[in-house]
Structures are given as C-alpha cells and as structure tokens.
Design a protein around this ligand. Structure first.
Ligand SMILES: [Zn+2]
Ligand SMILES: [Zn+2]
Length: 285
C-alpha cells in the first residue's frame, strides 16, 4: 500500500445521506450527513432512512466506515422529528447486525429523555434479543446509548476529528456543528435562521452545508408556515448574503425546498457568485 493511498484513506470526506424535508420524497431521505475521517463515520442527524442510506453509501462508494454495524456516533442538531425519526434505527439496526459497543449521541437538552423513552418503547425487543435464546444475548451493550446533552463549544474530540457545536436559531434549542481535521473543515447548519455564528464558524471553511428555501416556494405555503420560516429557516436571499460573508470553498445546499431543483438552482445562481451545489442523496465531497 503506497503512502498516497494511506493518506487518501485518512482524508476527511463528507457523504450526504439525506437532503430531504419532512416531505416523504422517495428520492430524498431525511436530513443526515456523514463526516468520514480515519475510517470512522460521524453522523449529523438521523432523518428517516438513515441506516439504509449509510449502507447504500458503504456499498456505492466502498466506504467501510459506513457499514451499518459500524455506525456508532451521531450529533443531533435539534429534536424535530424529521431529524430524529431515524434515531431508533441508529440505536437498534446496527446492534441487531453486530454492533457491540454503545451508541454515542450528542445533542440538545431533551435528548436524554428521548433516549430513555425510546429504549423503554423497545423494551420487549431488547428483552427478547438478550434473553437466553436471543441472538444478541452475548452483546447487550450494543443497544446501550450514551446520550450527551451539550452546550456551545468543543463537544467531542478524538484522534480523527474535533467537533465544535454552535447555537443556531430555530424553533427549539438547536445547534450547528463544525468538524475539523488536519486537512479539512466542514460546517453543517442544521435547521436555522441565518446566524452570525455560522459565518464565524465557517470563515473560509472548506465546506458549508446549509438548509435553504426559495422565496417562490415559500409563497405557495400556508401563511402560518411562512411566518414560521421567516423566523426559523433560511431563504436563498439570506443564504447568499451569509455565504458571501462566510466564504466557504464549497457551499452545499441540503434540507432544501424550491418549486423545482431548476428553480432553486437559478434562484441561487442569481444571488450568489461563490461555488455551490445542490446536494443529492449519496453524493460524496
Ligand atoms: Zn427543524
Ligand atoms: Zn428540519
């Protein structure tokens, strides 16, 4: 194995697992992004379909760290269901196929209670799988979860990555995350109104992954949602202004809504001169 190949393996990659919204679009799984570094996958959010999307990424791109039984760590931006419906999937699916270590989860206040309630809801499953006849009898700890409720600042560090959480502005306590490795820096917004913290965290970062809606699409929504979005989401106009200040080398749109992808593309191109792409499920950057 050449040194170049080893370096390539160690380099940070971003895998877009789901670009979707609460809409049950079969082409777009629920919001989830994986940062892969040092042969480990660090997930941000657990939208519906997350484990199967990770398995698809493992198969399509040959990323062993994304194999379902190796998923062991996730950072949650906020507790809205479209970002957490896949959380029980992350707890139980990897365990039933072999994960032997607890799942490590980081996120806002309320995460511990959600975790306890999910484990309680699946009590019959856990008891059956770990009884004398159970297939998971020898590794019950694979269904354990260490839930960490966080504050802004460095929330996680290991030999591969440093993860910094920053407060965002959404309808509930919410965070964005910055991932740093020696070679790259990645910032993920989660759901938020534009905030200065995203600009400060990015500051010429390599990749900024940000949610966005187009004004034309918003105009088709009920008035209540338009008011909600004005306070808690980000329009193309606002994102163009934010990214112009944040100056990411690449801006990736995710958790987006427009009249169509073409409308979103043209609307963003008209407002933003930097390099950007509309993320698609299973893209790798
Ligand atoms: Zn939300
Ligand atoms: Zn959302």
């Amino acid at each position: 194995m050449s040194a170049g190949f080893v370096l390539a393996l160690a380099a940070l990659r971003v895998v877009i697992l789901g670009t979707g919204t609460p809409n049950a679009d079969p082409e777009r799984s629920g919001p989830s992004v994986a940062v892969v570094a040092g042969n480990r996958a660090y997930l941000v959010d657990c939208g519906p379909g997350v484990v199967r999307r990770a398995a698809a990424a493992a198969a399509r791109h040959g990323i062993a760290a994304m194999q379902a039984d190796r998923l062991g760590i996730v950072f949650i931006t906020h507790l809205h269901s479209d970002h957490t419906v896949g959380y029980p999937d992350m707890i139980f699916t990897p365990w039933t196929i072999g994960r032997r270590v607890p799942l490590e989860v980081y996120g806002p206040k309320g995460l511990k209670a959600m975790t306890q309630h999910l484990l309680q809801a699946y009590r019959v499953d856990i008891e059956t799988r770990t009884n004398a006849d159970g297939n998971q009898h020898d590794f019950p700890q694979g269904a354990h979860v260490n839930a960490h409720e966080i504050k802004p600042g460095v929330v996680y560090q290991d030999e591969n990555v440093t993860v910094t959480a920053f407060a965002t502005k959404h309808a509930m306590e919410s965070y964005g995350y910055r991932f740093d490795t020696p070679d790259r820096s990645i910032v993920i917004s989660g759901d938020t109104n534009p905030v200065q913290a995203t600009i400060d965290m990015c500051r010429s970062c390599d990749v900024l992954i940000h949610e966005v809606d187009t004004p034309a699409w918003l105009a088709t929504r009920p008035e209540r949602f338009q008011k909600f979005a004005a306070k808690y989401h980000t329009t193309t106009k606002e994102l163009a202004e934010l990214a112009t200040q944040a100056k990411p080398r690449l801006l990736i749109l995710y958790h987006y809504a427009g009249l169509s992808n073409e409308e979103l593309l043209h609307d963003m191109m008209a407002r933003y001169t930097g390099h950007f792409v509309i993320g698609r499920d299973l893209d790798v950057y």
